[in-house]
Design a binder for this molecule. Structure first.
Ligand SMILES: Nc1nc2c(c(=O)[nH]1)N[C@H]1C(S)=C(S)[C@@H](COP(=O)(O)O)O[C@H]1N2
Ligand SMILES: [Mo]
Length: 373
């Protein structure tokens, strides 16, 4: 992909008159304190992404310039659906827990809601985000609520040989494997150990509202720390298996293949998309009474700090907003841009984790040599 997607170009012109000519986005958002401030103007990026060509698979991508709150409102949250988008009658809906269990279960929505409730603030990113020039905002943060998965699996009594937990959605499409065509439900799996993680929720609420239909109504898996693909929507069945599950979203479409040099040898390793990685973006530049500010987000495991580079200048530490934080949520950051000059500028951010690992640049072989997005 193009490095411009990370180093956003930014046009600045001298004087309030010409600034007024630039688009002012969503002025109703300006009332909020952070990351938007009263009276400030948002200066749109020059390198806007091209139109979304995905034909309804990826929908509702926000513009980064709209970022104005720690939680993403439901109607601004991106959506991905690979098959159909089932509209499910909650009264007829049940969730089955089946396969290698002593006590198979069939749960209704009221039965799930009667169980202990837990909330998690989790930033959900599609692993394809930043894999295409048009796909740079496939990420959002919500407060998800539901009931923990692990106690239900315990009650069902997973048999000793059970090692894989397969989450099956109600949505389905036709798949072809070696000339054999078959309808398949959307499905993803996790090892039993990963599935038993106490953070995983059978989620029925998003930001205080019933889980919206496009996000998986009535119930989806929320697996904090995992890429979007693991968070199966429109849940229908949970199956316990004694072999690895190899569906298309495990072993075909959502795989990562980096090319590595090991001594004199070139090696390609293929793994299934799993846990979120360290990333950041500059989201927007604002101006207020002649002062410029850069606001962005950083996410992935244990972000410690964020640094920003303007054009070819030095890397400067941004300030992380510590008011709203959660283990599995993005961190919002900002940087006052002193001595901003008129003209076009490139702004790049990088996150650094608590171990000192630095988010790789687009030119880094770890990114540049990936054979998949
Ligand atoms: N049943 C089902 N679940 C699914 C998908 C899907 O197509 N069907 N898409 C996955 C992908 S690729 C992503 S990125 C997330 C997106 O979640 P959202 O639509 O709530 O943003 O849902 C995941 N869960
Ligand atoms: Mo995704």
């Amino acid at each position: 992909m193009d490095s411009k997607d990370m180093a956003r170009r930014q046009l600045m012109r001298q004087g309030a008159a010409s600034l007024a000519g630039l688009a002012l986005l969503h002025s109703h958002l300006l009332a909020q304190a952070f990351p938007a401030r009263p009276g400030e103007e948002v200066i749109p990026w020059l390198d806007q992404p091209p139109p979304n060509p995905s034909g309804g698979v990826v929908e509702n991508l926000p513009q980064w310039e709209e970022l104005s709150s720690f939680l993403t409102p439901n109607d601004k949250f991106f959506r991905v659906a690979h098959y159909n988008k089932p509209v499910i009658d909650e009264k007829a809906w049940t969730l089955e827990i089946t396969g290698l269990v002593k006590q198979p279960k069939t749960l209704t929505l009221p039965a799930l809601k009667a169980r202990p409730r837990k909330e998690v603030v989790f930033t959900l990113e599609c692993s394809g985000n930043h894999g295409f020039p048009w796909f740079i905002s496939g990420i959002g943060t919500a407060k998800w609520a539901g009931t923990p998965l692990a106690p239900l699996l315990k009650e069902a009594g997973v048999l000793n040989r059970g090692m894989e937990v397969v989450f099956v959605g109600r949505d389905a499409g036709e798949e072809e494997v070696r000339q054999a065509k078959m309808p398949q439900h959307f499905a993803r799996s996790m090892s039993l150990v990963d599935a038993m993680n106490p953070n995983n929720l059978l989620c029925y609420e998003m930001n205080g509202a019933a889980l919206p239909q496009p996000h998986g109504f009535p119930v989806r898996l929320i697996a904090p720390g995992w890429y979007g693909i693991a968070n199966v929507k429109w849940l229908k069945r949970i199956e316990i298996w004694d072999t690895r599950f190899m569906g298309p979203f495990m072993a075909r479409d959502y795989v990562t293949i980096p090319e590595e040099q090991r001594n004199q040898e070139t090696v390609w390793t293929e793994t299934s998309v799993g846990r979120a990685l360290l990333k950041s973006v500059p989201a927007k530049v604002t101006s207020s009474s002649g002062k410029y500010r850069i606001v962005g987000a950083a996410w992935g495991p244990s972000v410690a700090r964020v640094e920003v580079q303007i054009d070819a200048g030095p890397w400067v530490a941004a300030t992380i907003d510590r008011r709203e934080q959660a283990d599995f949520a993005w961190k919002l950051w900002s940087l006052e841009w002193a001595n901003a000059t008129p003209g076009e500028h490139a702004i790049t951010s990088r996150a650094v984790d608590t171990q000192g690992n630095v988010q790789p640049a687009m030119e880094d072989p770890r990114i540049a040599k990936k054979r998949t997005y």
